[in-house]
Design a protein around this ligand. Sequence first.
Ligand code: ZN
Length: 285
Amino acid sequence: MHNALTIDVEDYFMVSAFAGIVKIEEWSQYESRVERNTELLLDLLDEYETKATFFTLGWIAERYPSLIRKIFDRGHELASHGYSHRLVYDLTPEVFKEDTRTTKKIIEDVIGAEIIGYRAASYSVTKRSLWALDILAEEGFLYDSSIFPIRHDRYGYHEFDRFSKVVELQNSQRIVELPLSTVRLIGRNLPIAGGGYLRLLPLRFIKWGIGSINRKENRPAIIYLHPWELDPGQPRINGSKLSVFRHHVNIKNTEQKLKNLVGSFDFAPVKVVYAQEIESIRGSI
Ligand SMILES: [Zn+2]
């Protein structure tokens, strides 16, 4: 079974945890490490002959078009992570629509091909911002991977389905929703396979989790990480103690962990893993 490997392409200072300290207008003043880190990731994936989906910020695609073309030319899927990492539930539907449309066009112009996938900054499609799915479908997206079916201080919609689901929207539109992977443990959904969870949890536990999703539940897992998670040398941002801990914990081990995972499981881009669901939607709209 193929699992989906997804990379959210953003730099270390763009994350939501530091948004109160680093303003978007100041981004260009920070040392950029996204090209170096993404290229490291591309080499690692080549080594294991693995393809992934790269959800990319419009801001990054505008400034580093050659990086985006390199990702595409090396056989990976490009998708949208919004323009500048604003949280969906903080935006009005009008602003979200504009942001989504602009970013899709920027990425498509750079690679000369259509993109069909979206992931919101910090999984900010929650119960109160579900309207975003209607807008994504209107703007031509066939899948979204922004709902995290857990409880968390910044995101999460714990009642949502744990696995891929075709969501029926207004005006007979549909979209495939691909929630981030969790395992059921002690009556709760436990995130296992991305970002800080991936760095914090023992590799053995993550592998057990992916194996259990594949074998017991017969479903693919969706893994996510960021290029900055492979960069122990990144400058430190003076955020809150909790944010700094979450951001830096076990960064020096991520590369080995990722190598072990891509060596142990089969991974593919989202559009390959969920081709059937995606094509069923494409045919109907
Ligand atoms: Zn992000």
